[in-house]
Design a protein around this ligand. Structure first.
Ligand SMILES: Cc1cc2nc3c(=O)[nH]c(=O)nc-3n(C[C@H](O)[C@H](O)[C@H](O)COP(=O)(O)OP(=O)(O)OC[C@H]3O[C@@H](n4cnc5c(N)ncnc54)[C@H](O)[C@@H]3O)c2cc1C
Length: 380
């Protein structure tokens, strides 16, 4: 029996599980290692924060997928990898040997500059910790009867989180009791076109979210900007850039300049042909792209196909990631801003579109009898 280990229950691996459930791979024993028994979909997280979704609507349960795919589950975290010995190390379950390895463990939030904020700091990843922290934070705000909060990070996630927090807290406490600040570093939505930046800027102003351009460091009262200006707040949400897990550095895998796993056109490691990686944990050296869920999802079928091929002694097939993505940013109430190829527009219709796409995307992982396992849908 050949041993295939899937590390991480991320979006690409959900697809591999689905592929295995549809057509088992004879002669291959598959193990999934992931710390949680479900995968929360980040695209719906702002909608959950705003109160539009229950958490279970935003999560794919792994157990039914694993059962259907006949995959062994080790609920644990990968803590190391020795690619030379083909062994993956876990926090509590010992070492696991593999013939082929696929990594979809995502990225971590780089919040080191905010550490001095202490207990007031909430980081967006792991999302499982964030949902607990945010729920407790709402209770604390309710007890205090007012809320002051800063989101650090001017990317799409930071914008959505600030808008969702403002909307939810205004509902809970009244709009005049809530103060939300967005610290946007070098500016809002780096890498996005001027049209969506203008639209998002207007929306943030309309929702009374103060946008501060600049870099903030943590301090006991909240945040301090590089020019010394203090921003005292009760809570800071870190939606800053991503960084690779520390254990990758000792894995002996070739890494890209950003420290993530260097992969080539078939999502195959450039240094170890039996290792594949997809999603935020990987960087395509031939076709660099943003770290976003759309790429993780689209890499899923490629990963499933190429793992199967390699386990059968065949060369992996090349895959070209898309150049443009559709963005649908949730803006707090049931409204969203759509951006595609330099054009942007927003309103309730964009939310309905996003909601429809996201619910349909999640439905494919719900193995209730009425939902066919063969469905294929992409997220917004
Ligand atoms: C608020 C927010 C909103 C976003 N909205 C969008 C959006 O609308 N569209 C979009 O394209 N992108 C969006 N993104 C970005 C998107 O979340 C990521 O790019 C995407 O989740 C990457 O998918 P992934 O499979 O690589 O990793 P993840 O989704 O992070 O999954 C990683 C998996 O690995 C597991 N894992 C982590 N560490 C270990 C370990 N050591 N051992 C074993 N398992 C481990 C995790 O538990 C998880 O199951 C958003 C991000 C945020 C924060």
């Amino acid at each position: 029996m050949k041993q295939l280990v899937l590390a991480g229950g991320g979006h690409a691996h959900l697809h591999v599980l689905k592929a295995l459930a549809a057509h088992p791979w004879p002669g291959v024993e598959v193990t999934l290692i992931s710390p949680y028994a479900r995968q929360i979909y980040s695209g719906m997280l702002p909608g959950w924060m705003a109160g539009h979704y229950r958490l279970d609507q935003c999560a794919a349960a792994l157990e039914p997928l694993l059962k259907a795919a006949k995959v062994r589950f080790i609920q644990d975290s990968v803590s190391g990898l020795d690619a030379r010995r083909r062994v993956i190390q876990t926090l509590h379950s010992g070492d696991i040997a593999y013939d082929a390895l696929s990594l979809d463990t995502g990225a971590q939030v780089d919040a080191s500059c905010l550490a001095a904020t202490g207990a007031k700091l909430l980081t967006i990843r792991p999302i499982e910790s964030f949902v607990v922290d945010w729920t407790q934070q709402i209770d604390r705000f309710k007890q205090a009867g007012k809320a002051s909060l800063a989101v650090v990070g001017g990317g799409a996630a930071g914008v959505e989180l600030a808008l969702a927090a403002r909307y939810r807290l205004s509902l809970e406490l009244g709009a005049n009791k809530v103060q939300v600040t967005l610290i946007a570093g070098s500016g809002l939505l780096p890498g996005h076109g001027p049209s969506i930046v203008r639209q998002v800027t207007r929306t943030l102003a309309r929702r009374q979210i103060e946008v501060v351009q600049g870099y903030a460091a943590g301090c006991s009262s909240g945040l301090q900007l590089s020019d010394g200006t203090a921003i005292p707040v009760d809570c800071v949400i870190a939606a800053t850039g991503v960084k690779p897990a520390a254990w990758l550095a000792d894995s002996r895998l070739a890494l890209a300049q950003d420290g993530f796993i260097a992969v080539q056109d078939g999502q195959q490691s450039v240094s170890h042909p039996e290792v594949f990686a997809a999603g935020d944990v990987a960087s395509r050296i031939d076709a660099p792209h943003a770290k976003s869920g759309v790429y993780a999802v689209r890499a899923g079928p490629v990963l499933a196909g190429n793992l199967h091929r390699v386990l059968n002694g065949l060369a992996p097939l090349a895959y070209q990631p898309q150049k443009r993505s559709l963005y649908l940013l949730a803006t707090g109430p049931k409204e969203a801003i759509m951006s595609w190829g330099g054009i942007s527009a927003g309103g309730g219709w964009a939310w309905k579109w996003k909601d429809w796409i996201d619910r349909r995307f999640m439905r494919q992982y719900d193995l209730a009898p009425e939902n066919g396992i063969g469905e294929e849908h992409e997220p917004a």
